[in-house]
Design a binder for this molecule. Structure first.
Ligand SMILES: NC(=O)c1ccc[n+]([C@@H]2O[C@H](COP(=O)([O-])OP(=O)(O)OC[C@H]3O[C@@H](n4cnc5c(N)ncnc54)[C@H](O)[C@@H]3O)[C@@H](O)[C@H]2O)c1
Length: 265
């Protein structure tokens, strides 16, 4: 029961990684405020969790809505101990083709919102004598993907902003860390990938582990970072990616080397 007596906000909490985090924190004794644009799924999750859970419809790119979310959460549960900034959107498009509004929306949801959330919640964390912030960045914030310009820029911003939060608020007893998932089996990825025949297999092939992660595998690391088990961890950006970012990107020589060796025998 690592989260007994703790109160957590999770954005993008209606689906995927955020929903898995909400379930985990709740199962370990915490109270959870699920925030998301998706009213149907958000309400359903809060109803499923029951006591110690609530849902608020929020667009994280709206700073006033994030202020209201923080105030509502503190009023509903008596304070805030954990903020998980997790809502995000993807975006394919090379620079010359990307509409300015697309760039702005991706940066607003993936990066600006993290600032809005922290700005609204840090005073509440201080009022409790400290707390934990976890931000969902991405492997795509550590390195670049072909055609994911705005997403790469926003997620890289999340990582360095997390470091800035960590050093600025360490003496407030507030820790800030980022998780950097590789491909995860959730709608943000699979809705596009599964529409293109063969793409899932091709994509899984470039992950050393040979598969997409499950949302629960990312949520487990986020929950660790949000918990007192990580009491000395702050400013970290932890890849949770099946080895994706351990790889230089050079070709896998093993089959060719084995074939060459067998021809020489
Ligand atoms: N799935 C992956 O492969 C992957 C990889 C790396 C990072 N991520 C990141 O993980 C985070 C969670 O995504 P997921 O994989 O669970 O996908 P998901 O699609 O299952 O969940 C994303 C949730 O965010 C919500 N959301 C989107 N825009 C919002 C907004 N403006 N305000 C409030 N809620 C909003 C959606 O309604 C949805 O419920 C995102 O930040 C994403 O960029 C995902």
């Amino acid at each position: 029961m690592r989260f007994g007596g703790k109160v957590a906000i999770v954005t993008g909490g209606a689906s995927g990684i955020g929903a898995a985090f909400a379930r985990r924190v709740h199962a370990e004794g915490g109270a959870v405020m699920v925030a998301d644009l998706d009213v149907g799924r958000g309400q359903a999750l809060a109803a499923e969790l029951g006591e110690r859970a609530a849902f608020r419809p929020v667009d994280v790119a709206d700073p006033a809505a994030m202020e209201t979310l923080a105030a509502d959460t503190a009023a509903a549960f008596g304070g805030i101990d954990i903020l998980y900034n997790n809502a995000g959107i993807g975006c394919y498009g090379l620079t010359p083709d990307l509409a300015i509004e697309q760039w702005r929306r991706v940066v607003a949801v993936n990066l600006d919102a993290v600032f809005y959330g922290c700005r609204a919640v840090i005073p509440h964390l201080k009022a409790r004598g400290g707390g934990a912030i976890v931000n969902t960045a991405s492997a795509s914030g550590l390195h670049a993907d072909y055609g994911f310009t705005a997403y790469n820029a926003a997620k890289a911003g999340v990582i360095n902003y997390t470091r800035s939060l960590a050093i600025d608020h360490a003496r407030d007893n507030i820790r800030a860390n980022a998780v950097c998932p590789g491909p995860v089996d959730t709608p943000i990825l699979t809705s596009g990938v599964d529409a293109i025949p063969g793409l899932r297999a091709e994509w899984e092939q470039v992950v050393p582990a040979g598969r997409f992660a499950r949302p629960e595998e990312i949520a487990a690391v986020a929950a660790f970072l949000a918990s007192d088990d990580a009491s000395a961890v702050t400013g970290a950006a932890i890849p949770v990616d099946g080895g994706l970012t351990a790889h230089t990107g050079q070709p896998d020589l093993r089959a060719r080397m084995e074939a060459a060796a067998s021809q020489n025998v």
